[in-house]
Design a protein around this ligand. Structure first.
Ligand code: SAH
Length: 358
């Protein structure tokens, strides 16, 4: 029997500085799992996949966009180093540099190779709002069985840590870099045609503003077997995580989930805001940070009581979750003052003022 040369342990990284060398697909699961565990993450790598670049842009982690140098293991003052460059030799060099200055270094091992796929397929998996605990059991099984996972920034990327899967990051960032949907459809079809088990992993549910329907159409048109594993949508989970029930006996008999990506009056908008103002349902707004002032103004102009409670939940299910409360007349200004950016959900309706103590 081979003698074990290691000792497995879960490290309490919360609040600790951790250096990750590498920002490619191999580092993605590691970086997000560290972030989920509350570590202060610094990344060194010349290039980063979109989801890591996005976390850096949002100030969730620090990214030094340059090649790794031996001095980094001590110079960046990390208590722990994770070598995840995707290149064995470089990972080994990082580990040796760390050992030389007495720093712990983890070189993540990937799980044993799985059996060869027998035919290509695509599974659309709804990953939930971001906490790896909120993906479904079926969703997680599909991810584990996959050869390739096509993902983007709102998916619970921490679940990819240590899995033997190729990760293709096609993240879409509001008003930023993005991969057009046609290109994503093409990637799904091509990967499956190459005989691989493909998972399309998205945040929330793929059929709630997730373009899942188009992906099913593209796969079906190409004769690729496609399956759907529903997910926990942020439209319901986001408010719930802030203690807001989207329905509550005596407060609301329904809720309406809306995209606010274009403001009222915009020629691309198909929503009847006057009818929504009178609907008597809670309004749950997605993709509505920049448009919140215009939307709340229109609702009030169409007769919604300006004192109707409202709440915005940003980064729901993530360690950076924040909640801002107010009413429909004040919420936009409060969100702006708090410096809230996407992803965020705004709930308008009596439930937004729900207080379990009565
Ligand atoms: N398919 C997703 C929604 C995609 S649209 C789902 O079912 O949840 C993207 C919008 O979803 C974001 O602009 C934001 O409004 C919302 N969203 C997704 N994840 C979120 C999160 N963790 N916290 C807050 N809002 C989120």
């Amino acid at each position: 029997m081979a003698r074990s040369t290691g000792f497995g342990a879960t490290l309490p990284v919360s609040g600790r500085r951790v250096l990750v060398v590498g920002a490619g697909a191999d580092a993605l699961g590691q970086v997000v799992a560290l972030r989920d565990a509350g570590a202060a993450v610094t990344v060194v790598a010349p290039e980063a996949v979109q989801s890591i670049a996005d976390l850096a842009e949002r100030g969730v982690l620090q990214w030094h966009s340059r090649a790794y140098e031996a001095a980094d293991v001590a110079g960046l003052e990390a208590e722990l180093v994770v070598a995840a460059t995707g290149e064995r030799d470089l990972d080994a060099r990082v580990a040796a540099d760390a050992a030389a200055v007495g720093r712990w270094c983890v070189v993540p091992e990937v799980q044993a190779r799985k059996a060869e796929a027998t035919g290509g397929s695509v599974v659309l998996v709804g990953g939930g709002p971001g906490d790896p605990g909120l993906i479904t059991v079926a969703g997680m099984e599909a991810v584990r069985a996959a050869d390739v996972v096509v993902t983007d920034r709102l998916a619970p990327l921490g679940v990819l840590k240590d899995l033997d899967v190729e990760v293709i990051d096609v993240g879409k960032i509001p008003r930023g870099r993005f991969t057009p949907q046609e290109e994503i459809n093409r990637i799904l079809v091509e990967q499956a045609q190459a005989g691989r088990r493909v998972v399309r992993l998205k945040g929330g549910d793929n059929f709630v503003f997730g373009r899942g329907g188009e992906e099913v159409e593209a796969c079906t048109a190409a004769g690729i077997p496609v399956e759907v594993v529903p997910g926990v949508t942020s439209a319901i989970a986001g408010p719930a995580l802030a203690g807001i029930p989207v329905t509550h006996r005596g407060l609301s008999q329904g809720f309406t989930v809306l995209s606010g990506h274009v403001p009222p009056g915009d020629p691309r908008s198909t929503l009847d805001w006057a009818a929504l103002a009178r609907s008597g349902t809670d309004l749950v707004l997605l993709m509505a940070v920049a448009t919140l002032p215009a939307i709340t103004e229109a609702l009030i102009a169409e007769g919604l009581d300006p004192t109707t409670p409202a709440a915005t939940v940003a980064d729901a299910a993530l360690p950076t979750q924040r909640v801002v409360r107010g009413d429909v007349s004040s919420i936009a200004a409060r969100v702006d003052e708090a410096g809230i950016g996407a992803p965020a959900i705004t709930v308008i309706g009596l439930v937004a003022g729900f207080d379990p103590r009565g």
